[in-house]
Design a binder for this molecule. Structure first.
Ligand SMILES: Nc1ncnc2c1ncn2[C@@H]1O[C@H](COP(=O)(O)OP(=O)(O)O)[C@@H](O)[C@H]1O
Ligand SMILES: [Mg+2]
Length: 406
């Protein structure tokens, strides 16, 4: 699982509940698992959904609120209870903590206090060696030209990662019009990215896994929209939340970017922990890598996440040496995948990934090696510990021209 904290909230007061909710929804490390307006139902909600945090606003009825805190800490000891109240009476705070609450915040809640409380809860969980210590990795696979091998790499690295039973891996096809990741996996999925994007506020984890189709390799696929005209229904805002949900559910999220560097692609780059920029050793590709890196250098936190992947190494197409390529790009080549057109075309046409179709081939070894090199990297540190951060979307909208930012 990931470093995203899943939270359930109970507050009979709609106005204060909405205020806290809108604060939480802006935080990428929080996934709002459930909300409830009645104290009497909340213990069951928590027992069924197993959130990491139960936020109890006690102002409407402090006595019943405290009873609930007591019940939660007895019945669901893994759920850290965070109490919110407009009173800062020392006696009340003491009672709350005795009832089993881990944190107490005064209403109106200030974002820095909330972040501080969430950070402490997160650190305590990490200290207990719980599953949350392992963060979720978002691997964005971007290409320098059409047909460079982006989808081949995204699909096969995804399948290779999914072979490790400690991993749970999702692949999202972001070529919203012409994406073909479903062909590589020979699946006809029932749901697509559009369904998830449009229903993201109503999604829970069970529904999410049901909406994604699971390949025999263990990889979950979220494909592009079926209809061309539906591509516009995926917005930067709802897509950002889809990624938040996936991060809360999977250890690895692989994003197969389009070649248009759209607002959705840019959100992906911002949210990625690692970016694979795929190139071949020919002039058109390398020229684009240089251009892309120039743009990435202008953006906050992108360029340093980029790893250059040379695909079809050994293909004598442009007579550019690896050394020359590294000099031109000004960055080391992170990985080289050999040229093996026959195998690669077969795996695509048969819809069977390399690890199943040609487990002994050199290209498969190289792909698995790449997955290991990526999967073994340190996961990003929990966002809560880093304090208030600008959301990726905010950063993006500051940079990207308004016409591109839906
Ligand atoms: N390492 C490789 N060796 C030979 N052919 C490859 C290799 N990687 C990809 N290909 C082939 O290149 C073509 C384009 O690959 P694809 O992954 O669809 O690229 P993109 O997603 O960047 O458009 C496919 O026919 C694929 O089989
Ligand atoms: Mg592709």
């Amino acid at each position: 699982m990931s470093n995203v904290l899943r939270l359930a909230i109970v507050d009979p007061n709609d106005a204060t509940r909405d205020a806290i909710k809108s604060m939480l929804l802006g935080m990428e490390m929080i996934w709002l698992e459930a909300e409830c307006s009645r104290y009497e139902f909340f213990a069951d909600v928590v027992a069924q959904t197993h959130p990491d945090i139960g936020l109890v606003a006690i102002d409407r009825d402090p006595e019943r609120g405290l009873e609930l805190v007591n019940k939660l800490s007895q019945n669901s000891p893994d759920c850290a209870v965070l109490v919110v109240s407009s009173s800062s009476d020392g006696n009340l705070i003491l009672q709350t903590l005795r009832a089993g609450a881990k944190e107490f915040l005064t209403q109106p809640v200030r974002i820095e206090d909330l972040l501080g409380a969430l950070g402490r809860i997160s650190q305590r969980r990490a200290g207990q060696g719980e599953r949350q210590t392992r963060g979720s990795q978002v691997i964005a696979v971007a290409g320098s030209i059409g047909g460079v091998g982006t989808t081949s790499i995204a699909v096969n690295v995804g399948c290779a990662l999914a072979q490790d039973e400690r991993n749970s891996v999702a692949l999202v096809d972001l070529d919203l019009c012409l994406g073909d990741a479903d062909v590589f996996l020979d699946t006809i999925p029932e749901y697509t990215l559009v369904d998830l994007a449009q229903n993201v506020t109503r999604m829970d984890f069970t529904l999410l896994k049901r909406s994604l189709s699971r390949h025999s390799s263990g990889l979950y696929l979220l494909p592009r929209p079926v209809q061309l005209e539906d591509a516009g229904l995926v917005t930067a805002e709802n897509f950002q939340r889809v990624i938040g949900l996936l991060k809360a559910t999977f250890t690895h999220v692989v994003l197969d970017l389009s070649k248009s560097y759209s607002a959705i692609d840019m959100v992906s780059l911002q949210m990625a922990s690692q970016i694979l920029l795929v190139t071949q050793l020919d002039l058109p590709c390398l020229r684009n890598v240089v251009r892309l890196m120039m743009s990435f250098n202008q953006m906050d936190g992108i360029a340093e996440k980029v790893k250059i992947i040379v695909n079809r190494s050994g293909l004598d197409s442009g007579h550019i040496t690896l050394k020359k390529a590294q000099e031109t790009i000004g960055k080391p080549i992170f990985w080289q995948l050999p040229n093996d057109y026959r195998t690669m075309i077969e795996v695509r046409n048969n819809g069977i990934p390399l690890v199943e179709f040609a487990p002994k081939a050199a290209i498969t070894h190289s792909m698995v090696g790449l997955a290991e090199a990526l999967g073994g990297e340190d996961r990003e540190e929990p966002a809560v510990a880093a304090g208030v951060r600008k959301s990726p979307l905010e950063k993006l909208l500051n940079f990207w021209p308004a016409k591109n930012a839906k």
